[in-house]
Design a protein around this ligand. Structure first.
Ligand code: F0G
Length: 464
């Protein structure tokens, strides 16, 4: 790929810098704002100097090229991120580090749709990426930039998925990675991944927000590239599932996209992808992007309720959906911009609602980690509030694979997830749904007659 000139533009004060002039914390030295990656063809809100139509990449040529690359055997073409590299020209092809990320399935959820009263719900399963989460799409982009810029070390603070992805991509590139995770507060599957991929794994006796503080200090003292989502190159990769999604829908645009909110970068990455496609004439309108937070880690929701999003109200985060256990999210202003420019909403959901939604997604043979299930739980609320109509098309972004947090799933099915107080808060209707969904393993004697009788009673139950 011929690398076109890109720049970084501060999302707060609009200052522009060359990509390689950015400081180690990826923040504007004038106003501390975060950056967007922009290209010569980007539409800049409020700026006259947008390029003339003749300078824009051609929509039909792009569609054709992206389709053609599907049949190629080249790694950059087989990647579901770099197949779209014309819209993220940030590195030379030779520096691309890829595990063939992206290319994730779009499933329908007919039973969930029926139970909510919608015609259909789709799930874009980003947990089907190489390391089991959506982070791979962003990590291939930022890690490739780190490699091109000659970094030997990369680092991130993480609730588990970013670190798993970073460790894998760094290992592929022959680079060294350092992971900071909150001790005891991430799922074991994720911790095991960073060890398996050879990262230096440091558990700090704090939460995610405390890990971010330590790392932000360290990257100013060592030549380490910071790979948290304040790094805008991550979001260039994370915008590509928007391209892949509408391509899978034959360039039809759904009405709603629903994502979980943690550090609050992903919603804005997808919104950027949709805005760019709209600007280039690839799609005719932009879907509403809504962000759902766990009630125990709801700083954006709370801030919108309390002050209309003027100021962030950080919280001490606590949720069993450990991936989104974040109280002081770095990208909250970007998330707010995504909500405002697309017309989406922010909602919060309880622990019990998350567990029910996760079990429903699992029962459709798809499964996801707890943080991903907030999307279905949030959708139920938006439908109940009349914000989403029966015939509207909704896509849930499932961000992580069900195997990421198997302890949660086992505790749920054994009826050991909630405290008695939490159980008592569940409505009778939801209790009935939980009972139908819970499938604890049965322990029996190894005697055919005993097993026969048990199966007989189960089958009677099913046909009753
Ligand atoms: N879903 C999963 C499975 C996640 O791991 C994360 C974030 C999110 C949703 C939220 O995305 O931060 O862009 O709002 N995980 C990060 C990590 C924080 O360290 O793995 P976001």
């Amino acid at each position: 790929m011929k690398v076109a000139t890109h720049q970084l533009r501060c999302t707060e004060c609009g200052a522009r810098i060359a990509g390689n002039a950015v400081n180690s914390i990826f923040r504007c030295p004038i106003c501390n704002g975060l950056y967007d990656v922009i290209y010569p063809w980007s539409a800049i809100p409020g700026e006259e100097s947008s390029p003339s139509a003749s300078n824009l990449p051609n929509a039909s040529a792009l569609r054709w090229l992206w389709q053609e690359r599907r049949t190629s055997t080249m790694p950059v073409d087989q990647s579901g991120v770099w197949r779209f590299r014309d819209l993220l020209p940030i590195v030379d092809d030779a520096n691309v580090v890829t595990l063939r990320e992206g290319n994730t399935p779009l499933y329908d959820l007919p039973r969930a749709a029926k139970s909510i009263g919608l015609d259909w719900i789709l799930a874009k399963h980003q947990g089907m990426n190489p390391t089991g989460s959506f982070k791979d799409t962003g990590m291939t982009a930022a890690l490739s930039v780190a490699k091109e810029r000659g970094f030997e070390w990369v680092a991130c603070a993480s609730t588990g998925n970013t670190s798993a992805a970073m460790a894998a991509y760094a290992a592929r590139a022959g680079m060294r990675s350092i992971v900071f995770i909150p001790e005891g507060k991430i799922a074991w599957g994720k911790l095991s991944q960073s060890m398996d991929y050879g990262a230096l794994t440091i558990q700090l006796k704090t939460d995610f927000d405390g890990c971010v503080n330590v790392l932000t200090d360290l990257v100013t003292r060592f030549p380490i590239m910071l790979l948290n989502s304040v790094n805008p190159y991550r979001l260039e990769g994370q915008k590509t599932p928007a391209f892949e999604l509408v391509e899978q829908l034959e360039w039809q645009v759904p009405e709603h996209i629903i994502v979980p909110g943690g550090n609050l970068a992903n919603g804005s990455a997808l919104a950027k992808g949709f805005a760019e496609m709209h600007h280039l004439g690839l799609i005719s309108r932009i879907p509403k992007v809504s962000i759902i937070q766990a009630q125990g880690a709801n700083p954006l929701y709370l801030s919108l309720q309390e002050n209309g999003g003027e100021e962030l109200i950080p919280v001490k985060a606590n949720t069993r959906a450990t991936a989104i256990r974040i109280g002081n999210p770095a990208s909250w202003r970007k998330a707010l911009r995504a909500l405002r420019t697309t017309g989406g909403w922010c909602e919060e959901v309880t622990e019990q609602e998350i567990a029910l939604a996760k079990a429903q997604i699992g029962s459709e043979g798809i499964g996801c980690e707890p943080a991903s299930a907030v999307t279905l739980a949030g959708l139920k609320k938006l439908v109940a509030q009349g914000k989403i109509g029966r015939e509207e098309r909704v896509v849930l972004v499932l961000t992580g694979h069900t195997l990421k947090d198997s302890n949660y799933t086992i505790d749920y099915h054994r009826g050991e997830l909630f405290t008695p107080e939490e159980d008592a808060e569940i409505s009778a209707a939801d209790q009935a749904l939980h009972s139908a969904l819970r499938k604890p393993p049965l322990v029996l004697d190894p005697d055919p007659d005993t097993v026969f009788r048990m199966l007989e009673s189960q089958m009677k139950l099913v046909h009753a």
